[in-house]
Design a binder for this molecule. Structure first.
Ligand code: NAD
Ligand code: DAU
Length: 339
């Protein structure tokens, strides 16, 4: 039976990969892709899909309630991932994060409630849990870990996350939430550490490593995240949260050294820079619930192979990131890292 999913934020990194994943793996699903094309949304991420009858792109802001409602009316379910997504930008200016991540989620929930009968999945993040210490490798985020966000970005995502919870509790809405760790893969905006470092090295520039470089992230290939979203949308229990992670913890220094090696560069290309304000020390996910209840397993995330493929993608697709880096992104780079 054919079915239609409304996707918000589908011209960004995870969104574009999600569209490709669903079109390839769910032949009965069509996608309405609703995206405002902010600085990180890029139609080039969707190149080749222009003539696919199962993909319709609609440019628009999730704060436009009338548009959101008309799109939800045409869909059977909603995958909501439109967001301001970069921690450093939230430190420079948190307003767009509150507007889109909190206000936009409220619009999605209210319009879905008015239309009725549609499951809404929120793509949340492990950053809502705050940070773990380095000296307790036994500690992992579980779905019961208290919400304790540390950056304005994480706080805005946490607000969206608990709004979803509240709409389930108050109105009995059919909602599900995923909280995933750091993604890597093609089409990631080159403000995020992996594409930033790879593209800098290709340009002959050093890589700006924050603080002591010992902060830890749990890296998952974007296609494994997309598969988790599909599984939770299709079979997750209403009102539940599902952690998604790769059991792939790496310090930033370890990641940087791997990238340097893959690029044939030495450690002199590391530029130690001032630490991110409030920099979360470690994220690590316990994903046993989604494994146990939905049978999800990461199958594309193993390093070094998966990292090597991603680095190769940025090397082979330099026109894509060169165009991105040559635009307004240059002003942000100068503000964040200095001239
Ligand atoms: P991204 O910045 O690459 O993409 C965000 C997309 O949302 C862009 O296409 C942008 O144009 C769109 N958008 C922004 N504001 C909008 C608005 N007001 N109306 C409509 N569209 C708007 O981000 P990403 O890395 O692809 O992240 C996608 C989602 O996944 C976010 O919700 C993020 O919090 C979450 N997430 C990301 C990661 C990760 O590692 N990247 C991990 C866990 C969760
Ligand atoms: O954990 C999930 C989150 O992962 C998502 O919710 C966010 O949307 C996504 O941006 C990502 O957040 P991070 O802050 O972890 O990702 P980022 O790529 O910005 O940074 C990864 C690590 O690398 C972090 O510890 C900071 C460090 N870093 C980052 C940049 C941009 C540097 O050392 N230098 C840099 O220039």
């Amino acid at each position: 039976m054919s079915t239609t999913w409304l996707l918000t934020g589908g011209a960004g990194f995870i969104g574009a990969n999600f569209v490709r994943f669903v079109l390839a793996n769910r032949t009965e699903v069509s996608i309405i892709n609703h995206d405002a094309l902010t600085y990180s949304g890029n139609l080039e991420n969707l190149a080749g899909l222009e003539d696919d009858p199962r993909h319709e792109f609609v440019k628009g802001d999730i704060l436009d309630a009338g548009l959101v409602r008309s799109l939800i009316e045409r869909a059977d379910a909603v995958v909501h991932m439109a967001a301001e997504s970069h921690v450093d930008r939230s430190i420079l200016d948190s307003k767009p994060f509150i507007d889109t991540n909190v206000g936009g989620t409220q619009v999605i929930l209210d319009e879905a409630r008015k239309v009725g009968g549609r499951r809404v999945l929120l793509v949340s993040t492990d950053e809502v849990y705050g940070a773990l210490p380095l000296d307790r490798p036994d500690l992992l985020f579980t779905e019961e870990t208290p919400i304790a966000p540390n950056s304005p970005y994480a706080a805005s995502k946490a607000a969206a996350d608990v709004l979803v919870r509240a709409y389930h509790h108050t109105f009995g809405m059919d909602v599900v939430t995923t909280r995933c760790s750091n993604n890597f893969g093609p089409y990631q905006f080159p403000e995020k550490v992996i594409p930033l470092f790879v593209s800098n090295l290709i340009e002959g520039k050093k890589v700006p490593l924050y603080g002591d470089g010992l902060n830890v992230r749990d890296w998952l290939h974007v296609d494994d995240h997309c598969e988790a979203i599909v599984r939770v949308l299709e079979d997750g229990t209403a009102g539940e949260v599902y952690n998604v992670g790769g059991n792939n913890e790496r310090s930033n220094l370890e990641l940087t050294r791997m990238i340097l090696e893959l690029m044939g560069c030495g450690e002199e290309m590391i530029e130690p820079v001032a630490d991110r304000l409030g920099h979360d020390r470690r994220y690590a996910i316990d994903a046993s619930k989604i494994r146990r209840e939905l049978g999800w397993e990461p199958t594309r995330s193993a390093w070094p192979g998966a990292l090597e493929e991603t680095v190769a993608w940025y090397r082979e697709n330099d026109e894509w990131w060169r165009r991105v880096k040559s635009g307004a992104y240059r002003d942000y780079y100068a503000q964040q890292y200095g001239e």
